[in-house]
Design a protein around this ligand. Structure first.
Ligand code: DGJ
Length: 707
């Protein structure tokens, strides 16, 4: 990095996004602009931008109000949430950090990074803040605080905040629950704070994986949007706050319980990464996340294999012959990965027992998993195994031998959830045991993939004899365990599953290769769950399976084309006892598997597009290839439309200056040729559909350009 902040103002630019940081004086960095790229600004222009954004003195306000810092400080006269809270026996509760050094890297429109160090000599604290604008225009920032005093410092929290302009008048965040994750909700962004807090000890089925503010009525393709995501799998807080002065920020950080982090002399706490994306519409926000994730060296590079998962086919009823039959049926339809779900280990005949006893059950599997694994591999599929390493059943050999390895406090056993407790992975002996068990399984069998589950919220998660709050350390221990297993077993893929989709965040995704979006595989519900999971994640990271015709979680029936056409837009798999399906059903499913294989490169590298169709009965979404030479769209009848026929649908995101051939999949004769501009601005008339059905449109460039 090179030092280059002579004027005290730094401009970062990438992919149409601009950030201006004010580092003048000795104060912490202030973001004075985060939004559209303002072009190449000279020193005077930068000063003008910074001055225009500065708060003005008004009657009865501070005489010299200061712009809010990236780590807001009460010492500056900021009356909103402070960025750093904590104390030393009632002292040092309010900080005023002085900037001591700045390092800056980057130039032009390729993004850049800034790292600052600051000290508060009175409070005895040192601070480091990093901020980076990535080439996709995604901003990320984190802070670390170190105790420089000999007396311990009790940390309350570290929350970074970014300002948003007055145009941001509406907040969109995501609600959710088991089986219905990621449901959008909107609220006005008035004076005061809208706060989303999570104390579940995991990311949560109700987590707002995107927390956005924007101009009135912003949509997927319209309006200005500023959005946050916190890359953390434990307790957290996200907020939008507007002060009576009109200043507004979006902020987030880990939520610490009282006394959870006490910094001894020289100890440091590092916050999770806070990600922030600005865009013209939510699609642009999502594209910045998707491009960033795809640019990671560890992003899955191999084509995403078609998964056959045993859960909804057999549940706990593990029988070698039956599972071999299922594997045969999987190979017949073209599956490439066979995943043995819950039920294979000692005492696990149902969900009341066995978690922690990570030995293959000798009663059910007298010859171990080898006969099944060999069968699967001989069929040309790779093998995956379900585990839930962070959990323990009270009815297990492990709990009987080590009752002190269960998280809890006050000498109490926390209330059970799914008949299970949480294993204390902050206890080195428990951690070593789990590492040894998983390592042994991965060494004994050719396991390509672990479906890593986590099936309960944490209650009173304290550790050791003191029962001190442990979610922070437990979360880090899980990350460490995953990283160590992947170090020992290069190429191992891990799925983040948590009662379905309750652990979806960029923290866990540093150690995993896909997420299981939900236990609900009813295609109608999945349309919504996948649409909003894709707000953060690209399709290749979202596990999406074709279920049986009747959905267990909702009792609805759907035809195969709706189920498979929905799963197509993720990492495709099957979760259905296809050994009992008819020959015709298997043949039809095989055609969908073949279609997925044909389209997966496009689906897993292209840009996700969601049209703002005016009728909520019709949803339109698709993926357009990077070079915009092809696309696939789905027109989904979510319910009956008010009018019939349903009217034209716009297909945005294509090159306006190219001509495309658009065909309904399976009806090549009805193909039309039309320009990208007309598709995006005028749209096409599509056939009327029954509710809970979809049409797939295959779009290919019909020529290189237009004359
Ligand atoms: C919850 C997961 O989401 C399911 O897919 C399945 O693996 C069960 N747990 C197994 O207990």
């Amino acid at each position: 990095m090179r030092f280059n902040v002579t004027s005290g103002l730094v401009q970062l630019r990438a992919a149409g996004v601009g950030v201006v940081l004010d580092l003048r004086g000795d104060r912490l960095p202030r973001v004075v602009h985060w939004g559209p790229d303002l072009g190449d600004l000279g020193p005077d222009d930068l000063v003008a931008v910074a001055d225009a954004g500065a708060p003005a003195a008004t009657p009865n306000s501070l005489d010299e109000p200061q712009p809010v810092g990236l780590l807001p400080e009460h010492a500056d006269g900021w009356f909103g949430r402070p960025g750093l809270t904590g104390h030393r026996s009632g002292r040092d509760w309010s900080t005023r950090f002085d900037l001591s050094s700045v390092r800056f890297e980057g130039a032009g429109t390729g993004g850049g990074a800034v790292e600052v160090a600051a000290y508060d000599k009175t409070a005895g604290l040192a601070l480091r803040i990093e901020l980076e604008l990535t080439p996709s225009g995604l901003l990320r920032t984190r802070a670390a605080v170190r105790n420089e005093s000999t007396e311990p410092f009790t940390l309350g929290g570290v929350e970074l905040a970014l300002p948003v302009p007055p145009e941001a008048t509406e907040v969109l965040d995501l609600a959710g629950r088991w089986g219905r994750e990621r449901a959008p909700q909107r609220t006005p962004f008035g004076v005061g704070a809208r706060v989303r807090e999570n104390r579940r000890g995991r990311t949560g089925g109700d987590a707002s994986i995107l927390f956005a503010a924007g101009s009135p009525g912003f949509g997927f393709r319209s309006g200005q949007v500023w959005a946050l995501h916190l890359g953390w799998s434990g307790n957290h807080r996200l907020y939008a706050e507007r002060l009576s002065s009109g200043e507004a920020v979006l902020g987030a950080g880990e939520l610490l319980s009282a006394g959870e982090v006490v910094l001894a002399a020289g100890e440091e706490y590092e916050s999770p990464w806070l990600y922030a994306a600005y865009g013209d519409g939510l699609d642009e926000v999502s594209a910045r996340f998707h491009q960033y994730l795809r640019s990671r060296p560890a992003h899955p590079a191999q084509p995403r294999p078609v998964v056959l998962n045993t859960w909804e086919a057999v549940y706990f009823d593990h029988d070698l012959d039956r599972l071999k039959e299922l594997a045969d049926a999987g190979a017949e339809v073209g599956a490439e990965r066979f995943v043995l779900d819950d039920g294979w280990f000692r005492h696990r005949r149902n969900d009341h027992a066995g978690l922690g006893d990570w030995y293959v059950d000798e009663q059910v599997w007298p010859d171990g998993l080898r006969p099944l694994v060999d069968h699967v591999v001989a069929l040309g599929m790779d093998f995956g195994l379900w585990v839930e390493p962070e959990m323990i059943s009270l009815d297990s050999d492990l709990a009987r031998a080590h009752p002190d390895w269960i998280l809890g406090t006050g000498g109490r056993i926390p209330p059970e959830a799914r008949h299970q407790q949480v294993l204390d992975l902050t206890n080195p002996a428990a951690y070593d045991y789990i590492l040894e068990r998983l390592d042994a399984l991965l060494t004994e069998y050719p396991i390509a993939f672990l479906k890593w589950d986590h099936n309960r919220d944490l209650v009173e998660a304290g550790s050791g004899p003191s029962g001190a709050p442990a979610v922070h350390r437990q979360t880090l221990s899980t990350y460490r365990l995953m990283a160590e297993l992947r170090r020992r077993h290069p190429g191992l893929e891990i799925e983040s599953c948590s009662s379905g989709g309750a652990r979806v965040d960029l923290g866990i995704l540093q150690h995993t290769d896909r997420i299981w979006a939900s236990d609900c595989i009813d295609a109608l519900e999945r349309q919504q769950i996948q649409r909003w999971t894709a707000a953060l994640l690209p399709p290749e990271l979202i596990g999406a399976h074709v279920g049986a015709p009747w959905s267990l979680t909702t009792g609805r029936w759907h035809d195969l084309s709706f189920r498979a056409g929905t799963a197509l837009f993720g990492h495709f798999g099957i979760e259905w006892d296809i050994s009992r399906a008819s020959a015709q059903e298997r043949a039809d499913l095989a055609s969908w598997v073949a279609l997925y294989k044909e389209l997966r490169e496009l689906l897993h590298t292209g840009e996700v597009v969601r049209a703002d169709h005016p009728d909520p009965a019709s949803w339109v979404h698709g993926v357009v290839s990077e070079s915009r030479d092809q696309a696939v769209f789905a027109v989904v009848a979510m319910r009956t439309a008010l009018t019939s026929p349903p009217g034209r649908v716009r297909l945005p995101g294509l090159d306006p200056d190219r001509r495309y051939r658009v065909a309904v999949l399976g009806d090549d004769d009805g193909a039309v040729v039309i320009t990208g501009r007309a598709l995006g601005a005028a749209g096409l008339r599509v056939p009327t559909q029954h509710p809970e059905r979809l049409l797939l449109l295959r779009i290919t460039s019909s020529e290189e350009g237009m004359t």
